[in-house]
Design a protein around this ligand. Sequence first.
Ligand code: SAM
Length: 219
Amino acid sequence: MATLPVNNKQADILLNKLKHLGRFWSAWFRSPGSVGAVAPSSPSLAKAMVHALGDIPDGDILELGPGTGAITHYILQLTGRHVIALEKDHKMAAKLQQLLPKLEVLQGDAQYIPELLSGRQLAAVVSGLPLLNMPHEIRENIIAGAFEAMHADGVMVQFTYGPNQPIPVDLTDALGIKGKRGKKIWNNVPPATVWRFTKPLSEPKQMEQSDQPVDQPPA
Ligand SMILES: C[S@@+](CC[C@H](N)C(=O)[O-])C[C@H]1O[C@@H](n2cnc3c(N)ncnc32)[C@H](O)[C@@H]1O
């Protein structure tokens, strides 16, 4: 009988992946709309999300909707920053804290970021939330709260499975936020696109125009 060429290390990795999938799918059965995906993000998508942060100010990074920690692991590893993970699902939050004891896990709703962080200022927000599945008002609370909790030059990254901006343009316009399309990651189920959001400082006010040309003395 043919045997599979699997050694102990490979078997451990496989078992770990199956456990992750099991936790993800049990959360999906508890609340499919909140999870909004069929599988955890791939390592390629997770790395692309972290790289899309680019230059960020000093400070902590907040991850929204960490789930089983598919992106969390890379934020910790690639940035070396203190990471706060905000997860609504009780079971996922508890499991994540058990898996990554150094991570600061908050169990709660991303609609209440400023209240949950009690005024702490963030460098960046990495979001795995299914924003487009949410009612407009909830989405608005989340995005406004995320930008309120960040330094003025903070950065938010979000992925989407769709062709358009994952934060609708009417909302980014209303909040003065600019979105920039990043990489499309084909190696994810389903393929996903990374977006980067910032809140550019408002244009400096135009100097009041004098009737007199500046290079001529007043009459
Ligand atoms: C698409 S899964 C992403 C999981 C993980 N970040 C990944 O990329 O594999 C969305 C996660 O967001 C969580 N979530 C949904 N709504 C939330 C909310 N309002 N506040 C915090 N977490 C939320 C879900 O419980 C789920 O873990």
